[in-house]
Ligand binder design. Structure first.
Ligand code: MN
Length: 233
């Protein structure tokens, strides 16, 4: 049996439309998993989202900004559009998965959701709050790598890659600030921004700030196969 991986889609409240780039599903399929879409309950008040029992892992996809009130901060002017339905759905799902030890992989916003679900915080705007001048909102084709990241020694990421530096794409103006409980930084960019997080001595939980599903390289495929392998155990 192939592991079933639930993926959270994006949501636009003006139109009521959910969406997910095909690259996420393709990456899971290529890694040997079965991708399925996850939706928030239509009656969130009466039916809080429990983890569906057919899932072997969850993939938290990329998207817009998270409501800063959810990590105990007032919104900065630079904070972008927020999607309350997606925020509450993903945080509930992620907390349940952290508790039950369900393998999870977070991409971009997904990594930030994981960190906040575990009690951490994020920078609402990297340039404003860290003073970094590194370009994290790239103006280049989506698969193209524009800045490098260095995996931490002894991290899962370093073990998977076996490299000191890997160039990645970058489409974010926010980043992990205070790490969530049980998480450690797994990679940094040259400006000190945390580009990946992972939970050690626990079920597979990896978050990356870049978009591996869009890069379609061997290095990035290793991340999906490690995740799907963990989900299959
Ligand atoms: Mn970046």
């Amino acid at each position: 049996m192939k592991p079933v991986i639930g993926i959270t889609p994006n949501y636009v409240h003006e139109t009521g439309l959910f969406s997910l780039h095909r690259d996420y599903a393709a990456a899971i399929e290529t890694a040997g998993g079965i991708p399925v879409l996850l939706f928030p309950s239509a009656e969130p008040e009466t039916k809080p989202n429990a983890l569906p029992d057919f899932l072997d892992g969850i993939l938290l996809s990329g998207g817009g900004d998270i409501d800063p009130l959810l990590f105990g901060e007032e919104p900065l002017r630079q904070n972008g559009e927020i999607t309350p339905l997606r925020d509450s759905f993903e945080l509930t799902l992620c907390r349940a998965a952290l508790e039950s030890g369900l393998p999870m992989f977070g991409i971009c916003r997904g990594m930030q959701v994981m960190n906040i679900a575990a009690g951490g915080t994020i920078f609402q705007d990297i340039p404003t709050q860290t003073g970094s001048t590194l370009k994290h909102s790239q103006q280049a084709p989506r698969p193209h790598a524009t800045h490098s990241v260095t995996p931490e020694e002894n991290s899962l990421l370093a073990a998977l890659w076996g490299k000191k530096n890997v160039a990645v794409n970058s489409f974010h103006h926010q980043a992990v600030a205070r790490l969530g409980n049980g998480f450690s930084a797994a990679a940094h960019s040259t400006d000190g921004v945390i580009e990946a997080i992972e939970r050690q001595n626990a079920a597979f939980a990896l978050g990356v700030q870049w978009h591996p599903e869009a890069m379609k390289t061997q290095d990035q495929a290793l991340l999906f196969s490690a995740f799907v392998r963990a989900a299959g155990r």
